[in-house]
Write a protein that binds this ligand. Sequence first.
Ligand code: NAP
Length: 157
Amino acid sequence: MTTAIIGIGKIGGAVARHLVAGGESVVLAATDQSHVEALAGELGPLARAASVEDAIADGDAVVFAVWLDTMRELIPRHARLLEGKVVVDPSNPIGFDESGQPFRTLPEGQSAGSVVARAASSGRTLREGVRHARRGRARRRRTPRATAGGALLRDGR
Ligand SMILES: NC(=O)c1ccc[n+]([C@@H]2O[C@H](COP(=O)([O-])OP(=O)(O)OC[C@H]3O[C@@H](n4cnc5c(N)ncnc54)[C@H](OP(=O)(O)O)[C@@H]3O)[C@@H](O)[C@H]2O)c1
């Protein structure tokens, strides 16, 4: 199984390192290709660098380790490539003001997950995504090779 990791900052970089340490293949993408190539080189043969589009196309699961506004752009743009894949969304509705103080970027009661689920214009709802993840887990149980990372799907943060 190959995991595409879009964004290789604090979260994406950590997820990439953990997956590779567990023997998993990753394909990495971000805006600065030189950072991506440097991390892929550091992680070794299980990691490679790609464009965002190629990474999504090649991944069986896709981790969007980018800020919520970026995810709002990327998910609709690549909706067709995401069809049938597990999408992992670690986002929070958090921004930082000029003094570095965190603030909530969405109204109270609105979750980042609900925004991302709406952005997924492929028509897959979160419920369908959970069903897809369960089918994936059942498939993995039938295969002898253990995976380091399971499907992560958010539900309401
Ligand atoms: N950090 C935390 O403790 C934490 C905890 C929980 C959840 N989260 C969530 O995780 C997400 C990522 O946070 P982070 O702290 O890892 O952010 P970060 O360190 O700022 O990394 C963001 C990454 O996104 C990439 N990126 C930006 N625009 C892009 C685009 N258009 N296409 C592809 N890649 C793009 C950046 O690439 P370049 O550097 O090449 O521009 C960078 O690698 C956020 O939604 C955040 O809310 C973070």
